[in-house]
Design a protein around this ligand. Sequence first.
Ligand code: PBG
Ligand code: ZN
Length: 322
Amino acid sequence: MKLIHRGRRLRVNNGVRELAKETIISIKNLIYPLFIVEGENVKSEIPSLQGQYHLSVDMLKDEIEEIKDLGIPAVILYGLPEYNDQLATSAYDENGIVQKAIRKIKEINESLVVITDVCLCQYTEHGHCGIIEDGQILNDLSVKLISKTALSHAKAGADIVAPSDMMDGRVKAIREILDEEDFEYTSIMPFSVKYASGFSGQFRIVEDYSPSSGDRKSYQMDPANSNEAIKEAELDYQEGADILLVSPALSYLDIIYKLKQKFNCPIAAYNVSGEYMMIKAAAEKGLIDEQTAAMEMLLSMKRAGADLIVTYFAKDMARGFN
Ligand code: PBG
Ligand code: ZN
């Protein structure tokens, strides 16, 4: 059979395949999430997030050194505070858990990029991402407290703040308060397109941080919507976002692709907890090969256009999955 084109030529052996490879996942574009808790000497596995830990600030030294040694360039911090209240005051306390962790990390290693999740849900009693009055999430008051939180993270030394609340106008408010206080070079990476998803927030279900009543549908997006995603991203871009993040990633590759085509800024994908746990759980049952599946998942995000990926697999990737 005479064929001019034979696709298999470029798959003929490993050397040729590697040479023709189009997409490469580099550790340099990965961001690793860390969960910081109050107390001392705490390193306990998060039950709903196998292989990920709650760490107290005093345990950060070994963790940060390991992350640096693995070549992971950035972390995103989540805090579990001492107390929760109506106005989420522990979120913007200068001695709050995230603020303490940022200072500690920068002391251990100045060059690790510190990103912070900026939201109120861990710090309110009800677990919603904003302040509630008469059963309503108040947008503008929430934005005030969210920008206050972002500023306190910047003051503690965060390089990038990542609001994940989906309130309207928060990027503008954060940019304004940061600039007023001379943090013109602190970047904002909003969760611009955050869906009300069954795949995210897994670490909360067991932690009891999921909203005690209601759901997140009045502020997070409907998985059915795509035009609205562009609108949300457009607003964030206009309000001064430096990086646009899509969360979750796997079910929203089309959204990542569209944002990459449309906006001339880095696009980030959040490979969320549920996406991670699906692979971990299936691998544990012997139903799936963890490394192959995880790599394929991350490649799909990269192919779709993600420049940066937040992933619980970052360490595993760096280690070549052992
Ligand atoms: C806080 C926040 C959440 C995630 C990122 N920031 C929780 C949620 O909104 O449910 C999800 C991260 C993950 O599931 O891996 N608003
Ligand atoms: Zn939240």
